[in-house]
Write a new protein. Structure first.
Length: 160
């Protein structure tokens, strides 16, 4: 990708990155160590509220979960930009860890988390292909339906 390619792709997809969501407790929202950036768990924030709440399979559909995971990925990209300074410096989305807040018997975790993976692939191309974990959990902070952690490798900072 050429300079500003990721930002152009976001624009083509109709995505305006929000301000990176702030931590809701005693932790940082994103951290960089060497060429690795790891986000804290990203929730489906839209502005100052969660766009979705509830459990998949009882209160929300797979389609709503997909959209929630997509919003989590948008917030994760905003965190990556904060930590990297420039999204074109992202070499590879290495790993996505997804937690799905679900009711008994729900098994659609992979389909829900495809909302995040599909977006990362669309935004970063081959560099968006990642390893992934999809876990279902009984309770979630703030009643969020999805929580997403993203690991990314970035180029070294200029001059280093």
């Amino acid at each position: 990708m050429t300079k500003n390619q990721v930002e152009k792709r976001l624009h083509e997809l109709g995505i305006d990155l929000p301000e990176p969501p702030r931590a809701v407790a005693n932790y940082v929202s994103v951290i960089r160590t060497g060429n690795l950036i790891v986000t804290s768990g990203q929730l489906p924030w839209k502005g100052d509220r969660l766009a979705f709440t509830g459990k998949l399979g009882t209160e929300l559909t797979v389609e709503q979960g997909y959209e929630a995971a997509r919003l989590c990925a948008i917030n994760a990209i905003a965190q990556l930009k904060l930590a990297a300074g420039d999204l074109d410096r992202v070499r590879q989305i290495v790993r996505v860890e997804g937690f799905v807040h679900c009711g008994p018997g729900f098994r659609g975790h992979p389909q829900v988390l495809n909302g995040a993976s599909d977006l990362l692939n669309a935004v970063f191309g081959e560099r968006g292909q990642q390893t992934r974990t999809a876990l279902g959990i009984h309770e979630m902070p703030l009643d969020s339906p999805v929580q997403l952690i993203v690991w990314a490798e970035v180029d070294s900072e200029p001059g280093k």
